[in-house]
Design a protein around this ligand. Sequence first.
Ligand code: NAD
Length: 352
Amino acid sequence: MGVFDASCGYEQVVFCHDKGSGLRAIIGIHDTSLGPALGGCRMWPYATEEEALEDVLRLSRGMTYKNAAMGLNLGGGKAVILADPREDKTEVLFRAFGRFVESLSGRYITAEDVGTTCDDMNLVRMETQHVRGLPEISGEPSPATAYGVYRGMAAAALAAFGSESLKGLTVALQGVGSVGLHLARHLHEEGASLVVTDIFPDKAERAVKAYGARAVAPGDICDVECDIFAPCALGAVINDRTVSRLKCRVVAGAANNQLAEERHGDLLAERGILYVPDFLINGGGVISVADEMHPSGYSRDRVMAQVSTIFHKVTRALQMAQAQGISNHRAAEVLAEERMRSVGRLGKIHLA
Ligand code: NAD
């Protein structure tokens, strides 16, 4: 497959190489019809360059849909740095990355992601202004993400159980990291029962101690009898091996790209399991990061008010899916595409 085939439909793919710092990075800009492309910078020891390219393409397209679905005036982009976050982080590496971001003159705005932190973004900021998610402004996005997942879960509960209350429901959480632990708190405060797992037992133990959760082994979480299964660890967790094992009525969680393939969403539906599209329910973090660009400065209250609308966004997508006989995932995509078309075309009105 040629490069243009692989990046078909993407506006721009930039390969960044700096011998001195050892930087090898790829920036993917999928679509800027709504505004500059915003998406985090992932640092990961990819086995091959092809794997890194595939990841940046998949992730940047996902950001186009997530940003549109959240009602933001932002396009979709993402960056990957091919390196090990535990060993390869240096000041010059992040500054070199920042210079490549700066060279795009604002077409791409970077932020933290898996393998990078708010502090790393402070290094990037030494070379470019096109960076968000800074520690002293919006800080950690995970509380906003968790709150959005919590509100999206309530919308799913309304559709599946007839009440938005999560009290008395059992939620199985896969991954109790930054988002998972905040989500566990919201659920516990509302009176839900929790079953948790994490590949690091001490992380699961935090939820056991703080929120009375029951911990199970990572390999057992898909077999837990529960009302809601919440993937908050990795992508592709709904796959051929897991889909028949789930004993829940709803899948709603923070992880990106939960469906290994789109057909797994159909398999969930055939089993009577309601799937909440990941990019719709986990957009709270990007709302928070994007608010740094608000003309009047960052406001936590405004962010949380906007994040709480995820309840209505999920409800609308689920209703549309039912009315049109399409999958929940496709309905969420259609809503995002509608915004890209309608708001995106405003840019065609010439301003003198
Ligand atoms: P995190 O790294 O803090 O937490 C993930 C947790 O999952 C870790 O504790 C890890 O040990 C655990 N884990 C990994 N593999 C596992 C497995 N096989 N079984 C059980 N546990 C496992 O990450 P996070 O920031 O909490 O993000 C969680 C997910 O949500 C990720 O997929 C991320 O891409 C997505 N997401 C996060 C945000 C955000 O604001 N942080 C926003 C949108 C989407």
